[in-house]
Design a protein around this ligand. Structure first.
Ligand code: G3P
Ligand code: CA
Length: 251
C-alpha cells in the first residue's frame, strides 16, 4: 500500500531509465537492485489488444521503425529490439507486456501503471489492465495514473479500491487539470509537473486530502527542494542518485 512506503516515495520512472533502456525488464530489475521504493511504467494496447509496456506511440525512438504500437500485433512487437538504441549491452531487449512484468515482479515492488491512451481515450486499455491486476491479485501493489481523465474514471469503476493519480500537464494545461478535472474526479494523488510545484501547491493538496507525487525529478537540488516541500513521492530516472541525496542509499 502507498501509505506503507517510505516518504518521499522514490518511483523509478520507466524503471531505472538513466542506467538501462526505459520500460524494460532490465530497467525494472535494476530499479529493484538499486533500492527504489516503486517503479513507474507506461502502458498502451497493441493491434491485437495486448497490454504493452512502452512510452511512445511511435516506435522510431526506441526501435528505429516508422510504425505505431497500435498498428502492430504482439508477435510483430516482440521482434523489435528495445535495448540497442540505449546501449549495445542491451541489444536483444524486448518490449515487455504488462503480464510479463507482473509474472516477474509479482508482489516484489509497488508499481505505478500509467494508462497512456490520450489519443484513443475510449479504447479497452483500462479494462484490460484492470483484468490483469485482478488476475494476479496485486491490487495492494498498484497505483494507476493518467493524463486521460476518462481512463481514470473507467479504471476506478473496475477497481474502486486501487488508488489513482491525476497526472497534470505543464503550465496552464496543468492548472486546468488540477482545478477543473480535479473537481470531478475523486483521485487519491496529484501527479504534477516539477516546474509547477510550489510549497503552496503541496500544502493545498494535503489540506484537500490528496497526496502529491511529482514528475520528473532528476536533479539533486530539486530532490532536496521536493523533500523540503514535504511531497509524498517523486518520479526519477535515477533512483540510485535520488536515494543517496535522501541519505537512504546503500552504505
Ligand atoms: O508519471 C510521471 C511521468 O511518467 C509522466 O510523463 O511522459 O514520462 O509518461 P511521461
Ligand atoms: Ca509515464
Amino acid at each position: 500500500m502507498l501509505s506503507n512506503l517510505p516518504r518521499p516515495i522514490v518511483f523509478a520512472h520507466r524503471g531505472s531509465s538513466a542506467h538501462a533502456p526505459e520500460n524494460t525488464l532490465s530497467a525494472f530489475n535494476l530499479a529493484i537492485e538499486q533500492g527504489a521504493d516503486a517503479i513507474e511504467l507506461d502502458t498502451m494496447l497493441s493491434a491485437d489488444g495486448q497490454v504493452m509496456v512502452i512510452h511512445d506511440e511511435k516506435l522510431d525512438r526506441i526501435a528505429g521503425i516508422q510504425k505505431e504500437v497500435k498498428n502492430l500485433d504482439l508477435a510483430e512487437l516482440k521482434k523489435l529490439d528495445a535495448g540497442k538504441y540505449f546501449n549495445s549491452t542491451y541489444e536483444g531487449e524486448r518490449i515487455p507486456t504488462l503480464s510479463e512484468v507482473f509474472e516477474i515482479f509479482n508482489k516484489k515492488i509497488f508499481i505505478n501503471i500509467e494508462l497512456k491512451n490520450l489519443s484513443s481515450p475510449f479504447d479497452d486499455l483500462p479494462h484490460r489492465v484492470a483484468d490483469l491486476v485482478k488476475q494476479f491479485k496485486i491490487e495492494e501493489y498498484i497505483i494507476f495514473s493518467s493524463f486521460n481523465p476518462i481512463a481514470l474514471i473507467r479504471i476506478k469503476r473496475h477497481l474502486p479500491h486501487v488508488p489513482i493519480g491525476l497526472l497534470a500537464d505543464t503550465g496552464w494545461l496543468g492548472y486546468w487539470a488540477r482545478s477543473r478535472i480535479g473537481s470531478i474526479i475523486n483521485y487519491d494523488a496529484l501527479h504534477p509537473w516539477l516546474g509547477d510545484v510550489t510549497s503552496k501547491l503541496v500544502n493545498n493538496a494535503h489540506q484537500n486530502g490528496k497526496r502529491v507525487h511529482v514528475y520528473t525529478v532528476n536533479n539533486p537540488e530539486d530532490i532536496r527542494r521536493m523533500k523540503a516541500f514535504n511531497v509524498d513521492g517523486f518520479f526519477t530516472d535515477d533512483p540510485l542518485m535520488a536515494l543517496q541525496i535522501l541519505n537512504r542509499g546503500a552504505s
